[in-house]
Design a protein around this ligand. Structure first.
Ligand SMILES: *Cc1c(COP(=O)(O)O)cnc(C)c1O
Length: 225
């Protein structure tokens, strides 16, 4: 079943994006065997939202997987994944970035990060405002961080049936991404990735410029929490 879903989703992504957008398989709550099945279908990018789930899955599965952390991250958890995580999508403060940098130094590597931007019209979603983003990227504390690289932005649209609203939120995020790419240039900044779109809206997100779609339930079926 995963195989059929994967082939269909991947071909739609490839067609619409001319192979410019990558599929991140969001495997949170799914057991190792299900991830192995996805791996056997050819999937190599997996996204988890909890560090305590990410680490055992990393340990159990083949080492050519790219692991992404997509959920809200607490500073005290960074150390457990700092040695292997490929991209952290959900960075939303300078304090967290400083901790990621510190753990990256310990592991003698550079950790790629996205800054999560608040784009929804809801109180519950995490993320930076545009002003907070600018303050962060222009701060002297940020300039000192040599073991992180800001690869772009991530956003979650409102949880609504209103597709026009979702499209507008994606469009706003893409415009912000383009401005940042032009305005902020530094050793620790390299704007390449725009992470937006989930099962319900990934095709629209690609139309609006997403480079990385985070698809869970459409690929793996519904989650039982
Ligand atoms: C769970 C999750 C997804 C995937 O959601 P689906 O609707 O199942 O595709 C994407 N992004 C984040 C941040 C998530 O937590």
């Amino acid at each position: 079943m995963i195989k059929d879903n994967f082939i269909q989703i991947q071909s739609q992504i490839d067609e619409l994006s001319q192979r410019r957008t990558r599929l991140l398989a969001v495997s949170k709550t799914k057991p190792i065997e299900v991830l192995q099945e996805a791996y056997d279908c050819g999937i190599r990018l997996f996204g988890e939202n909890k560090v305590q789930e990410l680490v055992p899955k990393y340990e159990a599965l083949p080492k050519d997987i790219e692991w992404h952390l997509i959920g809200h991250l607490q500073s005290n958890k960074v150390k457990y994944m700092a040695g292997f995580v490929s991209l952290i999508h959900s960075v939303d403060s300078l304090k967290l970035l400083e901790e990621i940098n510190k753990q990256a130094v310990k592991n003698q590597r550079v950790i790629n990060c996205l800054l999560q931007i608040f784009i929804a019209q809801e109180e519950t979603k995490f993320g930076l405002s545009e002003q907070e983003l600018t303050e962060l990227l222009t701060s002297s504390a940020f300039a000192k961080l040599q073991n992180i690289k800001i690869k772009g932005l991530m956003g979650m649209a409102s949880n609504t049936e209103n597709m026009d609203q979702i499209r507008q939120e994606f469009r706003n995020l893409k415009q912000l991404f383009d401005r940042c790419k032009k305005d902020f240039q530094a050793e620790n900044i390299d704007f390449q990735e725009l992470s937006m779109g989930m099962s319900g809206d990934y095709l629209m997100a690609i139309e609006e410029g997403s480079t990385l779609v985070r698809v869970g339930s459409l690929l793996f079926g519904h989650r039982n929490y």
